[in-house]
Design a protein around this ligand. Structure first.
Ligand code: HAM
Length: 420
């Protein structure tokens, strides 16, 4: 056993997995930018109060999962457990609200939650996150859902479907919560202990309880969509009409409530096959009250975030192939001290000419060639002492094994043109 191991719930992303990550980041960036989203980077830590207020006291994230500490200046700090509250803080603090709406922002980076690790659930993981700020119409909800959809489609995911629900608004939700509480009262002896607590402190969360004994109770529970006020019902109907127009499949899921307090109206997730229980590859929704809750101007907004580790797991489970990362095409091998000096000069000249080049660092000529093969070089330049004395070097085409002798003086131009 090594003396040190990585902290529980964290991962090393090794070079062999980097092509998946590079491809995923490239697809996210390309599609987000082509849809008019602009990138924003925010700190990895913020004041604890921001998340307590934004995500909500009483949520699992705030109550159980935050990495919170006092810094050396006695400030209460938390490693970000999500992007949205931080992005809204940045939106208010930097005066972005004076710009024309909507404002479309996306981010990519690490997130920290102290959860019980399992496949697809980590304590440090990466999200890509997108928000549309300043528009209350359902077209903005559609646009965030399309962004998620098109990213997965571009990645060639099979069997995509949205899970969709509405969580109402401060006007209609209280009536629904009262109905839910009244209904659950009748089943107090049947439901699990956590649900007995939830029904008092965070009633919506009873709907996503996984305990066996609660399932029949949840299945027959009142549905929020029967309690929506006119505004929320219209918004939901409009969003569904857009999805129908585009033929995007979705399941209405009255149990979808999401684990963050800020949602209003639309909530959605995308579930993917192939990664077991942790099947939500993204989740999001509308949060019309959050900016105001953080002392900004009243501002509607909608967005989503996707867990990139889970996306990579799906890519692998579904056998999706990704482009290999480019390797330097030229490898320099040599025999003897004088040749090594020449190789060092040639290394600098080739790189200055824009030709990606690696040099052998040690070993016999035979092992240098093995290295060149392993590094997937296209051409190996072999510099031997006798040839060098004649002003020549050998080029070995690594695919065919064919070798040619060329003038040492012209080799940079030759390789630059050949590999262009
Ligand atoms: P969330 O559902 O908490 O939403 O997280 C979004 C996604 O992050 C999940 O669907 C999942 O793919 C991934 N995820 C969550 N926890 C973990 C974990 N422990 N390990 C690996 N992946 C995980 C939010 O974070 C909201 N801020 C999304 C949002 C943006 N809503 C509006 N705008």
């Amino acid at each position: 056993m090594p003396r040190f191991s990585r902290p529980k719930g964290t991962q090393d992303i090794l070079p062999e997995d980097q092509p998946y990550w590079a491809h995923l980041r490239a697809v996210v960036t390309q599609i987000a930018q082509s849809y008019g989203f602009e990138r924003i980077d925010i700190p990895m830590f913020e004041s604890t109060e921001l998340f307590a207020r934004g995500v909500g006291e009483g949520t699992d994230i705030v109550d159980k999962e935050m990495y919170s500490f006092k810094d050396k200046g006695d400030r209460d700090i938390t490693l970000r457990p999500e992007f949205t509250a931080g992005v809204m803080r940045a939106y208010i603090e930097n005066g972005l609200h004076v710009q024309p709406k909507p404002i479309r922002l996306y981010s990519i980076g690490p997130i920290f939650r102290y959860e019980e690790p399992q496949a697809g659930r980590y304590r440090q993981f990466n999200q890509f996150n997108a928000e549309i700020i300043g528009v209350d119409g359902a077209l903005a909800d559609l646009e965030t859902m399309l962004l998620a959809w098109d990213i997965y489609a571009e990645l060639k995911f099979q069997n995509l479907a949205f899970q969709l629900n509405s969580t109402g608004c401060p006007v209609c939700r209280p009536t629904y919560l009262a109905a839910l509480q009244a209904y659950y009262k009748e089943y107090e002896d049947t439901i699990c202990e956590d649900c007995r607590r939830r029904i008092v402190h965070n009633p919506l969360r009873v709907l996503d309880c996984k305990q066996h004994q609660c399932q029949p109770v949840i299945a027959a529970a009142p549905k929020i969509t029967d309690y929506l006020c006119e505004g929320c019902a219209q918004h939901f109907a409009e969003l569904r009409s857009y999805l129908d127009t585009l033929g995007k499949p979705y399941s209405l899921n009255h149990r979808l409530v999401r684990g963050l307090d800020y949602y209003t109206k639309t909530v959605f997730e995308v579930w993917a096959e192939g990664i077991g229980a942790q099947s939500a590859v993204c989740g999001g929704g509308r949060y019309d009250g959050l900016v105001e809750l953080l002392d900004g101007p009243s501002t509607p907004a909608v967005g989503f975030a996707a867990g990139m580790e889970r996306v990579v797991m799906v890519m692998k489970a579904q056998g999706i192939t990704v482009p290999e990362l480019p390797q330097p095409p030229v490898y320099l091998a040599y025999l003897g001290d004088a040749s090594r000096q020449h190789a060092v000069r040639l290394l600098a000249e080739l790189r200055a000419a824009g030709v990606g080049t690696q040099i052998a660092m040690q070993g016999s000529l035979r092992s240098q060639l093995r290295q060149a093969d392993k590094r997937q070089a296209k051409v190996t330049v072999i510099i031997g002492e006798d040839e060098l004395a004649r002003g020549e070097v050998t080029l070995r085409d690594m695919a065919s094994g064919e070798q040619t002798t060329v003038a040492a003086a012209g080799v940079v131009a030759l390789l630059r043109d050949r590999l262009a």
